[in-house]
Design a protein around this ligand. Sequence first.
Ligand code: PGA
Length: 266
Amino acid sequence: MIAKTKSFRRRPIAIGNWKMHMTLAEATAAARQLSELLGDARLVEIVIAPTYTALQAVGEVLKGTGILLAAQNVHWDDQGAYTGEVSPIQLKDAGCRVVLIGHSERRTIFGETDEMVRRKLIAALREGLSAVVCVGETLEQRRTGQTAAVVRAQLEKGLADATNGLFDRLLIAYEPIWAIGTGQVATAAQISEVHALIRQHLAKILGPDSAEAIRVIYGGSVTPGNIADLAAIKDLDGVLVGGASLKPDGFAAIVKTLEKARTGPH
Ligand code: PGA
């Protein structure tokens, strides 16, 4: 019997996370350069996450280019007495379409919990933002064989309110903490293994069709030098890029390679 195969294809995505880098002038200059380099890229969805103070100005530069604006964090309430926080409504107001949630730097440096991730995710989706939920293990957890359990627990708690209606704008980023900013990229086997378990969990909570539609991406020391190998990994729907996204030509090279992998023979 011939197995039923799905011709379904998820659009690859490249997200540049600029973290706490660049002044307003530097960020707008980088955005201008990116829109010149990538304004015609259509096969790959491109997202840039500048620091809060540059959101609106970068958004203005990116207007009409197809490159989407993202925030690096969000609060779960619409408004209130939360000094230093920014709400999903305010992010939308500033031009954001996408938000990162539960980045490992938020979790490890700022004590963000899975419960906070759960609340942020629901709030972001409810306001119409796309949400990139980041999960991943520490080096110690990988060494002691806990990777699957850690990622599963992060998904279980973070996506606890999952319902199909809301979750059509969800993306998952697998970012092993030991690979972030270290130059030590995960291997294809490591990425495939964790991506498979992420998709299994998504299928369990949302059903196989929704799980099939959700993009699962990788982050951690992605560079123009290793993107071709990463792009060849089956079931990898894109990348979340930190350091290498700070140089517009490097980030553009990453996008172009993803695009080429998508148009190449399969
Ligand atoms: P990196 O960061 O590409 O500098 O490793 C990735 C991330 O933190 O999202």
